[in-house]
Design a protein around this ligand. Structure first.
Ligand code: ATP
Ligand code: PAF
Ligand code: BAL
Length: 282
């Protein structure tokens, strides 16, 4: 596996691969890798002869300086996991390499970002769209792989690709969970033992809410029940629970036949902010 740290190095690598007729897959990450990330690498490997993973803790998408400072960084362990998973190149740039000058770009994803993560993390999707656009320009992948754990991010990135005519395909991969249902996340490393023991409640709340949706319980009641359950557990502070259209992400007041529903939540647990979601087929 080749390790690249400069934009020019990445551009040269991908240019050579394309000239050799190879298909290039890109897996953007912020590191502290787990089986959720490795699944993206494996999916890319199944489709592409070149798989480039990027590891970059992108400062422009953090709305909370403490969250950025405490974000887990384990570069050596990450590199050791990538090659066996099928990664052919790792792009691990510095902040100065990615942002040689302060960025002034401004993206507006309209209604897509006025809800959930976009509403609760001001500037977050502006930072995601900025860094993802830069990575797409540098790596020029045929396909880029993202996890459905970040359901809204997938929607925003697909909109970005369509609006800016990026010549690539977005592949969304399912959420990988721990045995007890907790969605794998780099931030799980920051949970202490009591918080980790309580954490599967997020998945249980989503499962119970999904069952209610299937029974036709009105969205407002599903939301209220889920928030009440989280509030009863003293370690949790619920930030939001949304019952939304899975495509438009807009909150629902009732269900429409044939339209999938996505249940998304964000909660704080022992000083760590976690998100998760579940889709209920329409
Ligand atoms: N459990 C998971 N299952 C599938 N994909 C995942 C999972 N966790 C992360 N991903 C995907 O991996 C990519 C990189 O995510 P990222 O590096 O932010 O990891 P993370 O575990 O989501 O960390 P955090 O949520 O703490 O930022 C994203 O496309 C994300 O959706
Ligand atoms: C896509 C991404 C790597 C952009 O920094 C990040 O938002 C993430 O890890 O999901
Ligand atoms: N996986 C989403 C990246 C973030 O929390 O900033």
């Amino acid at each position: 596996m080749q390790i690249l740290t400069t934009a020019a190095g990445l551009q040269a690598y991908t240019e050579q691969a394309r000239q050799a007729g190879h298909r290039v897959g890109l897996v953007p990450t912020m590191g502290a890798l787990h089986a959720g990330h490795l699944q993206l690498v494996q999916a890319a490997r199944a489709d592409c002869n070149e798989v480039i993973a990027s590891i970059f803790v992108n400062p422009t998408q953090f709305n909370n300086a403490e969250d950025f400072r405490l974000y887990p960084r384990v570069p050596e362990a990450d590199a050791a996991l990538l090659a066996p998973a099928g990664c052919t190149a790792l792009f691990a740039p510095s902040v100065a390499e990615m942002y040689p000058q302060p960025t002034v770009l401004h993206f507006d994803f309209g209604a897509l970002e006025r809800v959930m993560e976009g509403a609760h993390r001001p500037g977050h999707f502006n930072g995601v769209a900025t860094v993802v656009s830069k990575l797409f320009h540098m790596a020029r992948p045929h396909r880029a792989y993202f996890g459905q754990k970040d359901w809204q991010q997938v929607a925003v990135v697909k909109q970005l690709v369509a609006d800016l005519s990026f010549d690539l395909e977005i592949v969304a991969c399912p959420t990988i969970r721990e045995a007890d249902g907790l969605a794998m996340s780099s931030r799980n490393r920051r949970l202490d033992a009591p918080a980790r023991a309580a954490a599967p409640l997020l998945y249980q709340v989503l499962q119970a809410a999904a069952a209610q949706v299937r029974q036709g319980v009105p969205p407002a009641q599903v939301q209220a029940t889920a928030e009440a359950t989280l509030t009863r557990e003293p370690l949790f502070t619920s930030e939001y629970m949304a019952v939304a259209d899975a495509q438009t992400l807009q909150p629902l007041t009732n269900y429409a036949p044939g339209r999938a529903v996505v249940l998304c939540l964000a909660a704080h647990l022992g000083g760590v902010r976690l998100i998760d979601n579940m889709v209920v087929a329409g």
